[in-house]
Design a protein around this ligand. Sequence first.
Ligand SMILES: NC(=O)c1ccc[n+]([C@@H]2O[C@H](COP(=O)([O-])OP(=O)(O)OC[C@H]3O[C@@H](n4cnc5c(N)ncnc54)[C@H](OP(=O)(O)O)[C@@H]3O)[C@@H](O)[C@H]2O)c1
Length: 412
Amino acid sequence: MTAALPAGVRIWTVVILQPQRLPLLADVTPLRRLSHPQPPGRFYIFQAFRQKRWQSQTPGVMSSGTGRIHVLGLGNLGRLFAHELAIQPSPPPITLLLHRPGLLEEWDEAGRKIEITTEGVVSSSSNYDVELVSRQPRQDEIIENLIVATKTLNTVKALSSIKHRLTYNSTVLFTQNGMGTMEEVTNALFPYPSSRPHYLASVTSHGVYTLRPFRSVHAGLANVTIGRALFPGQLDTNHSSKSKYLIDRIVNSPGLAAKEVDPKELTRLQLEKLVINAMINPLTVIFDCKNGELFDRGSIVHLMKLLLAEASQVIASLPELHDDPETASRFSTQKLQSIVLNVVEKTAKNTSSMLQDRRAGRPTEIDYINGYIVKRGKELGVECKVNEKLIELVKEGALESAALASLLGKPP
Ligand SMILES: NC(=O)c1ccc[n+]([C@@H]2O[C@H](COP(=O)([O-])OP(=O)(O)OC[C@H]3O[C@@H](n4cnc5c(N)ncnc54)[C@H](OP(=O)(O)O)[C@@H]3O)[C@@H](O)[C@H]2O)c1
């Protein structure tokens, strides 16, 4: 049987009479479940793969390890990244990391596949391994490449459960909107550079929404920019070879339309997206409107200018861009305003993600958007009173007229 397999890959089929004793097999990982879940006491069949070394058939994409990519956060963005990697002619091995037992049931109900609908066409992928991260005893297999696609506010909690599997040789890609998660993860989980994974970040302008578990619609076809991440505490990015494999894999997935940029350019793009989100998201929450309805009123435009002026001043003071000749022109209040208005026009009919979260009663990501501007402002001695007030009002669920009056310092 093994003669037909690629060199270095061996397969064992193991029949287990007592599924509760399965953790004893944790050393032959990952385990791929072949049969549908059975009631306790019935037969479970597993295949255990041990891959000594995996090499892609895709030119230019090489891994020094197994090449496996783990995905944490199986919502819209996690599904899109996993699916686009999985439908490649020679896909990498991919493990979906499920954070709660209910997701395992949902995965079975979804036919153990991810479906992405693009312009009415359904594309599905099923070549995944799945793993419940809370399984006991805990898994110890080292994670070489990880894509984090949880919401920003769940990042530290999500990574805590697999921290022991990430090493200096691991690469972690943060795909989320907003900024500040890498600093949080570093302080909470990887304070020592010698054991800290290599960080990548991406700016994603695709638009994806959920139909049901493991089913999403890729509604806004756009692009991804990816690169090595610069952030306070990690201004040195001498990591190129270690994280190249994951970057190449993503750049070679046509559906993601991804390109690699250098760390400084990635920081600039992250900040541009941060500012766009810091204007459109909270203001659409306060005024409970679609993006395109925002700037019909002069008072909101005035408010945006105040918010932008604070953001612009913070960005101009950032040490990570201090020797950057482009910062002043690219992040002037006027330049930022034209970028925001341009996005508002292009997404006029959209409901912002923060307004969707608010309407669904979910916490918003504002602490990683306007909150990041305020936090960096405090560190650098730049006052950001209007952004600070806006965060408070969004969290309080303030009504439009009171909010506007409070932000502009006038009676309602
Ligand atoms: N959707 C887009 O079009 C888009 C585009 C660009 C950027 N983004 C950004 O990408 C990030 C993810 O957005 P999304 O739309 O994909 O959100 P989402 O659909 O809500 O997905 C987040 C996923 O994370 C899971 N999760 C929660 N806690 C977790 C934990 N402790 N461990 C592992 N997984 C956990 C959630 O599971 P539960 O089912 O338990 O909640 C959910 O499946 C956000 O920062 C967003 O702003 C999204």
